[in-house]
Design a protein around this ligand. Structure first.
Ligand SMILES: *Cc1c(COP(=O)(O)O)cnc(C)c1O
Length: 334
């Protein structure tokens, strides 16, 4: 049943609005264009990140349905899983995480935080996209729990509402600061952020190009990623009671920066992480924002943007993963 955004069940999990800042030193270093950053790494929930916005609506739905347990899955260093564990703790829910890989001797980064936050972990070897969630959910039900399934990356129409709302938040910040942007650029992986921003910029009339940087070679969802994004945007539109449907022309993806695949750090990511750290004192992450910023820097270098344009980069979080990636972040051979 369609429900307007402001009537969708929502749990309060973070601190909003997140800061909107200008990267003056980086822009000057590059000789333009002007670059703004939306600090969704500062959402406040257990070291923050873009999943907080999605989880506000997902946990809202879970509580509205009387569920007592959240279950989700992802890679061992999933930011989404860490944020879900924190959201569950903050909401008095049990949390089960289905993680790719094997239990390490010493957990680090997000995995350490998952454990501190009290999540129960189910290891699933090669499967790092939550493929075993239905099986674990069935076991929980049989044991008398009421599990709520949070999809991989929190990316269904309910989760995408977080980024519909984020577009409205950004629009009013830009208006307050008398700014306008030509492009918004961000890491696009399971698609909830991207789909939400497509619907949000359209519904709230924030006029700019919505440009995702593909992070993962074999993306989430069944079938090609642009089609998955389009479908997710349309499900989100329908959930809000809009008749409007998007087609492929709404999707802009830069998919040439996936390097050696998901989570493999190369020179592109190392350079971007180091540049933002040394020019702005801002920490990116090795898997998502390092790659997306690396892609953006290359696009700027290629002259895709006019020097007098204003771009906005969404910092979607992820810095807890810097620590377990220490070896590849300090390597210099690739
Ligand atoms: C999950 C994640 C993304 C990608 O967002 P999607 O909505 O899955 O496309 C980007 N950056 C960080 C740090 C993330 O954890």
């Amino acid at each position: 049943m369609p429900i307007p955004l402001n009537q969708q069940p929502r749990a309060s999990l973070g601190y909003f609005p997140t800061p909107l800042i200008e990267l003056t030193r980086l822009s000057r270093h590059l000789g333009g264009p002007r670059i703004l950053m939306k600090r969704d790494d500062q959402t406040g929930l257990a070291l923050g990140g873009n999943k907080t916005r999605k989880l506000e609506y997902l946990v809202g739905a879970a509580l509205a349905q009387g569920c007592d347990t959240l279950i989700t899955g992802g890679a061992a260093q999933s930011n989404h899983c860490r944020q879900t564990a924190a959201a569950a703790a903050a909401s008095g829910l049990e949390c089960h995480l289905v993680l790719g890989g094997e239990a390490p001797d010493m957990p680090g980064g997000n995995l350490l935080l998952d454990q501190l936050l009290g999540a129960q972990i189910h290891w699933s070897g090669e499967l790092r996209k939550g493929e075993r969630i239905p099986e674990i959910a069935a076991q929980l039900k049989a044991a008398g729990r009421k599990p709520y399934i949070v999809p991989y990356g929190g990316s269904n129409a309910v989760g995408a509402l977080g980024y519909v709302n984020a577009a409205a938040e950004l629009k009013s910040q830009l208006a307050e600061q008398n700014l306008s942007i030509s492009h918004m650029v961000f890491a696009s992986s399971s698609g909830g952020t991207h789909a939400g921003l497509i619907v949000g910029t359209h519904q709230f009339g924030l006029d700019c190009e919505v440009m995702g940087i593909t992070i993962d070679k074999d993306e989430a969802g069944d079938g090609p990623y642009p089609e998955h994004l389009c479908q997710l945007a349309n499900e989100t539109s329908a959930l809000l009671g809009s008749e409007y449907r998007y087609d492929q022309t709404a999707i802009t993806l830069q998919d040439q920066f996936t390097g050696d695949g998901y989570g493999v750090v190369g020179e592109l990511e190392r350079h971007a992480i180091q540049l933002l750290a040394t020019q702005e004192g801002i920490l990116l992450d090795p898997v998502y924002t390092g790659r997306a910023m690396g892609g953006l820097l290359q696009l700027i270098d290629q002259g895709i943007f006019a020097k007098d344009e204003t771009l906005l980069f969404w910092h979607t979080g992820g810095s807890p993963a810097l620590f377990p990636y220490a070896a590849s972040l300090t390597r210099r051979d690739r």
